[in-house]
Design a protein around this ligand. Sequence first.
Ligand code: C5P
Length: 403
Amino acid sequence: MGDYIGVIESLHGRKIVLGVSGGVAAYKAAALTRELRRLGADVHVALTEAGSRFVSALTFHALSGNRVWTSFWDGGAENGIPHIALVRGADAVLVAPASAGIIARLANGLAGDLLSALCLARDCPLFIAPAMNRQMWENPATQRNVATLRGDGAILLGPDEGGQACGETGPGRMLEPEALCEALLAFFTPKRLAGRKVVMTAGPTFEAIDPVRGITNSSSGKMGYAIAAACVRSGAEVVLVSGPTVLPAPVGVRRVEAASALRMRDEVLAALPGADVFIAVAAVADYRPAETAWHKLKKSGAPMQLELVPNPDILAEVAARPDAPFCVGFAAESQDLDTYAEGKRRAKRLPMLVGNLLVDGLCGDDNTVVIYDDEGRHPLPRAPKTFIARQIVEHLACLLPAG
Ligand code: C5P
């Protein structure tokens, strides 16, 4: 077993220099600072003069917990040279928003302001999140500069398309803070699942009684979606067969929607060829109505009988195949977790199962789980589902036979 316990948010302890240049999207850099810190990063903000016209240094100071740098001539740098002190020991520089102006300066190696100079002085990856009017973005000069930066190894994040602050619509919107954080997380996550294909299920299923009613399970899909995102970050190709949820598909995941257990089974089997891993997170309804009414059933006031038939067990079926991929099951229990969870693992012949006691409900953001495998039980401390997801993926990567 690898030392997966203690693997924490992959931005934990990372020094990120956040360059904020002049643009309306600077307001999103405030939320970005907060999110990066939440993910464990040590954020140091370098604000251009134009950037400080949009959001004050005080805001970034309060959100980052670190002093904010705006000029070469700010006193108090460790060695008296802010543009060197800021980038030494940095894991990444992220310029967000990156205006057309800063992109031009960076592409040409100009060093007339603190942010441009520290980008020149860095020895870590440079991420650039452009934000500007669509015409400025499409201008050949900007496109030339972007191509130059790419050629120099900078990683461009975005821009997005859509409505702009100037009232026009087109490419040039800065990516949302969550998407930028996701890109950094992906960059820093070891590619333990590179070249692997993962098929997964997540969310509840919905077994229709009539066109408007049905039987379902309580499940937000958050755990499964977090695992899908963690698998992508680890380099896997991911097909996520999802029951009904309100969650957006994680970046890089191929989501296939499947409301009922029967449909979920069909989609899983269709996606299975070439899969190295199958992770069944879905709360699949154990039963479905024997028949689905074409029209809405009318109430009569009399007691109603509903005949239910068992659904196929998708995980058990996949695990029993002679060419079964590495199968991971989940078990949510209301009591006696060890007995029931380990019992299910053995009954379904799974190399790994993740169990949790239903103390938090099924739809919250945090979870407390125990991983069961042939070596025994591995309890994980209570943590956000995104964090648990990373540990689960790390654990399965350790157990996965060499590809
Ligand atoms: O419902 P049960 O507790 O047996 O679920 C254990 C595991 O089996 C879960 O991983 C769940 O996704 C999977 N399962 C399935 N198809 C079912 C029932 C459960 O894939 N019909």
